[in-house]
Ligand binder design. Structure first.
Ligand code: GAR
Length: 193
């Protein structure tokens, strides 16, 4: 199963996936490319470190979506790389046709909350402000509804009395780093050619 990792920033989840691959924990999955919508994303540094092609691809002039021509170009790049599964690992941009259509049923997203609670931006901050006793993370299929596709896996993280927003965030990120590679490995058993 040929995997593309799409992201916009730090890339700690992409790194967790690449580490799992290096340690033989990614099943039949193989990361074949890293694609960023931000030319200064730290995530791009993972390419040379893990020996995977990493590139910035332009998305046009919008902030939270693609221009139609650029979305077509991303779809073509991923098709040309013979990608089987697109993994949104901190990709902060809404995906629609034609990219979504090209990878319908083959695109997953990681989100830092127990969906359907706290979709959208700053999910950890939203949960913290709401005073929840627990939050966590979700990996789900991507469909046209933002953070709305069927769930593939969730991890729960309790909010302890001594937690600050920072420690709570760290625990959720650690849960994400375990969940995303595990879901990819599991999918590789069912989606591999
Ligand atoms: C992760 O917490 C991920 O769940 C979140 O962005 C962070 C990226 O961190 N994604 C979303 O909020 C998508 N709506 P990373 O760049 O270190 O992997």
């Amino acid at each position: 199963m040929r995997v593309a990792l799409l992201g916009s920033g730090r890339g700690s989840n992409a790194e967790a996936v690449l580490r799992a691959q290096a340690e033989g924990r990614l099943g039949q999955a193989k990361v074949v490319g890293i694609y960023c919508d931000n030319p200064t994303a730290k995530m791009l540094e993972l390419g040379p470190r893990f020996g995977v092609p990493a590139q910035f691809l332009d998305t046009g002039s919008f902030k939270t979506k693609f221009s139609p021509e650029r979305e077509q170009a991303w779809a073509e790049a991923l098709i040309a790389a013979r990608v089987d599964l697109v993994v949104l690992a901190g990709f902060m941009r809404v995906i629609k046709a034609p990219l979504l259509e090209a990878f319908a049923g083959r695109m997953i997203n990681l989100h830092p909350s127990l969906l359907p609670a706290f979709p959208g931006l700053d999910a950890i901050g939203q949960a913290w402000t709401a005073g929840v006793n627990e939050s966590g993370c979700t990996v789900h299929w991507v469909n046209a509804d933002i953070d709305g596709g069927a769930h593939l896996g969730q991890s729960r993280v309790g909010r302890e009395s001594g937690d600050t927003l920072e420690t709570f965030s760290q625990k959720i990120h650690a849960a994400e780093h375990a969940l995303l590679p595990a879901v990819i490995a599991q999918l590789s058993q069912s989606l591999s050619r």
